[in-house]
Design a protein around this ligand. Structure first.
Ligand code: SAH
Length: 540
């Protein structure tokens, strides 16, 4: 007689979350091996069977007992809550099963704590996520910290199992501190206890509130990522890849404590000194989407004319701080927003016109704003200085790939003055390993971390806020023995001329990445042209 070992998952709790196949396996078994608590939920399916309940701590004994029974020819079900393959009995059983064992093994999957708890909170795991068990019974504590650090650095959403036990009180606080080193303090999180069981409890918090709470072994933590938002008392993580720099520790929003207490935040509301919430946006305003010094100057001059309220919108909190400095008295809407929040804010506040003064290389943002203008029937005006490029400046390349190729053909020690977002496409270009790459990026810990993660040695990174003079560029490139420079055609605000001059002074080749922009329906290249167009629309 040949035995059967069913490794059966029975879900988080209530009977209707046990999959039918698990129930069939239980019914067809002669012997049940389980931790006592779980028996209560599966009682109707195991009546009259031989039942063994070794204590919770004796996991290996439980596995061995089930295996011995199966070897003896019995049909056995070994049971775990949630999914038996996730921090549970299946792996222990596999460790003990021998290659020459002849009994059949069936693993029946189940709903694990991660998706059970996530479902109660909303949809926080809709994008990439990691799970982390905080129990160090079976692995060294250092591994747990090491993994926590990497999860946080990747800003993965994360589900923590085995959060806190009587004997392990401090670990969770240590892990939360590690998370806070890399994830934004306002990251939305959920705490779920006894999901789909009697005594179910859940609450939503900011990440920086969790260290003030106490947990237990019946609790699971769900930590969002930089894009996780709150709606109707639940949280969700958008599916799409938003602009990474819009979220996260650098470009942040504060939680909106005025809206329902701890952790409450409606997607897109930015609250910082001097900034406005979506509810307090002025009605019928001219919206200037900025993020460059030139865009801020434009907004300030429109506001000075005092014809209409002006809102400046920036994609990062830092951009918002600069806008506050540059545009006194103007409403600033800054921080991580995303298209849905923009749509709502523009619509609800009855925006009169949308002036797109974003960076010439932020073309995905321009396309988004064009789309919103069409959808909401708000006139769209693109503001940008004309291209500064002259054929004598250097070689113009239509794409980054081409620029990488031409830079490698021209130099060995290549300086990327392109902005940090595009660095990866150079460093990962074919043949990039045979060249030495030097970077300049703004003094933002996130960007620095990404550059280091890409393998750029620290001695080849200059982290500093521009603008940079030709003299500064010349000195830096001479000292670093740079023999080729890559830049964008980013205009005066991007310090383009100072790069051309420095490259010419040193006699080194300059590679210029051309602009790739949508066809703008209305384009203004000076402040005056903006005002004229607004007047034509009767808006100035
Ligand atoms: N195999 C199980 C996990 C076992 S580890 C599964 O797939 O779900 C035990 C941990 O899971 C607990 O400490 C707790 O963090 C989590 N957990 C399991 N069931 C839960 C529930 N119903 N509600 C909240 N957390 C739960």
């Amino acid at each position: 007689m040949s035995g059967v070992l069913n490794l059966v998952s029975v879900g988080p709790g209530f009977d209707d979350l046990i999959v039918p196949r698990a129930i069939t396996a239980l019914r067809q078994s002669d012997v049940i091996v389980a931790y006592e608590l779980y028996l209560r939920w599966i009682q109707p399916h195991i009546e009259g069977k031989e039942i063994h309940t070794p204590p919770l701590t004796q996991e290996r004994e439980r596995a061995l007992l089930a295996i011995e029974k199966a070897r003896g020819g019995a049909r056995v079900s070994l049971i775990s809550s949630g999914d038996i393959g996730i921090y549970a009995m299946a792996a222990l059983a596999y460790e003990e099963i021998r290659e020459d064992d002849t009994f059949e093994v069936n693993l029946i999957p189940g709903i694990t704590a991660a998706n059970a708890c996530a479902s109660l909170l909303g949809s926080p795991l809709s994008h990439d996520f990691a799970t982390l068990s905080l129990s160090d019974l079976l692995c060294p504590w250092e591994w747990i910290e090491h993994r926590a650090r990497h999860i946080a650095q990747a800003d993965l959403a994360c589900v923590m199992y085995n959060v806190q036990s009587a004997g392990r009180q401090q670990g969770v606080y240590r892990v939360l501190q590690l998370m806070l080193e890399s994830k934004a303090p306002h990251t939305l999180c959920g705490v779920v206890k006894n999901a789909y069981r009697p005594g179910q409890q859940l609450s939503i918090h900011r990440l920086d509130e969790l260290p003030g709470l106490k947990f237990d072994m019946l609790t699971t933590l769900v930590i969002g990522n930089r894009f996780t938002q709150r709606k109707r008392g639940q949280i969700f993580t958008p599916r799409g890849y938003n602009d990474w720099s819009e979220g996260g520790a650098g470009g942040t929003q504060q939680g909106n404590a005025g809206q329902g207490g701890a952790g409450a935040r409606t997607g897109g509301d930015a609250v910082s000194a001097g900034a406005v919430t979506r509810q307090s946006l002025p009605r019928g305003a001219v919206w200037v989407f900025s993020g460059t010094s030139d865009g801020n100057a434009l907004a300030a001059s429109l506001a000075e004319a005092q014809e209409r309220p002006v809102v400046v919108s920036t994609a990062t909190e830092y951009g918002g701080t600069l806008a506050q400095r540059d545009c006194p008295g103007v409403s600033i809407w800054s921080g991580r927003q995303g298209v849905e929040a923009r749509r709502q804010a523009l619509g609800e506040s009855g925006a009169r016109v949308l002036v797109d003064a974003t960076h010439p290389y932020a073309s995905s943002m321009s396309r988004q704003l064009l789309g919103l203008s069409r959808e909401l029937a708000i006139p769209y005006l693109r503001f940008e200085r004309g291209s500064d490029y002259a054929a004598t400046d250097g070689e113009l390349c239509a794409t980054q790939e081409l620029a990488a190729e031409r830079a490698m053909a021209n130099g060995k020690r290549i300086f990327l003055a392109t902005g940090s977002k595009d660095v990866a496409s150079f460093l990962q270009a074919p043949g990039a390993g045979q060249h030495e790459w030097f970077l300049r990026l703004s003094a933002d810990p996130d960007m620095l971390q990404r550059a280091i993660a890409l393998g750029v040695p620290r001695e080849r990174i200059c982290a500093m806020q521009g603008p940079f003079s030709a003299a500064f560029n010349t000195a830096l490139w001479r000292d670093w023995q740079i023999d080729c420079v890559v830049t964008k055609d980013s205009g005066e605000a991007g310090g383009y001329r100072a790069k051309v001059e420095a490259a010419q002074a040193l006699g080194i080749p300059l590679i210029v990445i051309g602009r790739d922009e949508p066809d703008y329906p209305n384009l203004a290249t000076s402040f005056d042209a903006v005002v004229e167009q607004l007047e034509r629309w009767d808006l100035a």
